[in-house]
Design a protein around this ligand. Structure first.
Ligand SMILES: Cc1cc2nc3c(=O)[nH]c(=O)nc-3n(C[C@H](O)[C@H](O)[C@H](O)COP(=O)(O)O)c2cc1C
Ligand SMILES: O=C(O)C(=O)c1ccccc1
Length: 382
């Protein structure tokens, strides 16, 4: 990602996206992905829950804010760098945990991981990935990666996966708390499609010694049955976070916070970071858009721990708006999955490259030489 390292020359580098045959907008990536991927997996990725109101609300929220750019501020030398949990990141963008990526491309997470490593953008690897966390770590070398945990009703399986993540060089644990059961997704009922049932998300389970010790015989059928029996955890409470805290020294982020009181509880329970997320509109339909939830949460947290945001981030200006309203960083989900579906590693790389260019240009034209310059004063409600 040369422009990040060499900001000045970037200003004079011709970035001609028109010479690439790959799309440049989210809408075009999505359209091509729809052409390439069968209806079941495409709808699984694109869809939201119930009426998909929150899916739409996430986007609408971004368009209700306008950037009010500042001028004459010398933005020759720019940086998008941030530090999170003592980890130096080149940009405030991460790839969200997306499970079962083999439904979008045969190389699945391995292609995504190579692109993420090349760009220096951290990858959050899902519990229900199609390749194991060790296989993914292997293609990433020293590149930054976090592990997303789906709590298991069998706590020892969760503890085992966290131990493996530590051993494989993952540098944070993201506990997703909004998926204690699966959202009600009409498109999937219509298509009769369930990637988990098809065995697309079992790599981390069948490679886990504790999980396998629970099976009479390790077969795909038995594994799927046991995953479905243990992955949904309606009994999850803050005490489980205390248990997790005792089992890892890695930073713990809680993903799926929307209520300011939960943000407060997260801080009180010693959580290291929160991710304001409605799971890309896939869980509670009618839930608040994440950008609308963000300001109050940022106010409650008062900078004590990092606040990240996902759900609906599509462009550079979106990233600027989220940061101006109190996010330290953002994650993207579907945008990179469509890149993966259309063109594998190259597609993911292109989506990330475009987003980071858009972000750099938007920051510069808004008078921001670093992310420290991005605050509420450059936004207005429209
Ligand atoms: C196909 C798909 C699979 C997902 N799988 C997971 C997962 O395994 N774990 C998780 O915490 N979130 C998962 N998510 C949610 C994403 O991490 C993220 O919150 C969401 O995609 C962000 O919204 P966006 O797609 O609008 O960018 C998934 C999302 C999609 C679209
Ligand atoms: O699809 C999802 O959003 C998701 O997070 C998930 C995870 C595990 C099983 C099923 C769905």
């Amino acid at each position: 990602m040369s422009f990040v390292e060499n900001k000045e020359s970037f200003l004079f580098t011709k970035v001609d996206k028109s010479t690439e045959s790959l799309p440049i907008s989210f809408e075009d990536w999505e359209r091509l992905a729809r052409e390439r991927v069968p209806a079941g997996p495409f709808d699984y990725t694109a869809g939201g829950s119930v009426e998909e109101q929150t899916l739409a609300a996430n986007r609408a929220a971004f368009s209700r804010w306008a950037i009010v750019p500042r001028m004459l501020r010398d933005v020759t030398n720019r940086s998008m760098a941030i530090t999170l949990f003592n980890q130096q990141l080149k940009t405030p963008v991460l790839l969200a945990p997306v499970g079962m990526q083999a439904i979008s491309h045969p190389e699945g997470e391995l292609a995504t991981a190579r692109a993420a490593a090349q760009a220096g953008v951290p990858l959050v690897v899902s519990t229900v990935s199609s390749h194991s966390m060790e296989q993914i770590a292997e293609v990433m070398g020293d590149a930054p990666r976090w592990y997303q945990l789906y709590w298991s009703t069998d706590r020892e399986v969760s503890a085992s996966m966290v131990r493996r993540a530590e051993a494989a060089g993952y540098s944070a644990i993201v506990l997703t708390v909004d998926t204690i059961m699966l959202g009600w997704k009409r498109r999937d009922f219509k298509n009769g499609y369930s990637p988990l049932r098809e065995g697309k998300g079992m790599a981390n389970y069948i490679s886990d010694p504790v999980f396998c010790s629970r099976l009479s015989e390790v077969t795909p059928e038995n594994a799927v049955e046991e995953i479905l029996r243990t992955i949904y955890t309606p009994a999850l409470t803050w005490s489980d976070i205390d248990y997790l805290r005792e089992h890892t020294s890695l930073p713990i982020l809680v993903k799926g916070i929307l209520h300011p009181d939960d943000a407060k509880l997260a801080v009180e329970h010693g959580v290291d970071g929160i991710i304001v997320s409605n799971h890309g509109g896939r869980q509670v339909d009618g839930a608040i858009a994440t950008l609308d939830a963000l300001p109050t949460i940022a106010e409650v947290v008062q900078g004590r721990i990092p606040v990240l945001l996902d759900s609906g981030v599509r462009t550079g200006p979106d990233v600027v708006k989220a940061i101006a309203l109190g996010a330290n960083a953002v994650l993207i989900g579907r945008p990179f999955v469509y890149g993966l579906a259309v063109a594998g590693e190259k597609g993911v790389a292109s989506v990330v490259d475009t987003l980071l260019h858009e972000l750099d240009v938007t920051l510069a034209l808004s008078g921001c030489a670093s992310l420290a310059d991005v605050n509420r004063s450059i936004l207005t409600r429209q």
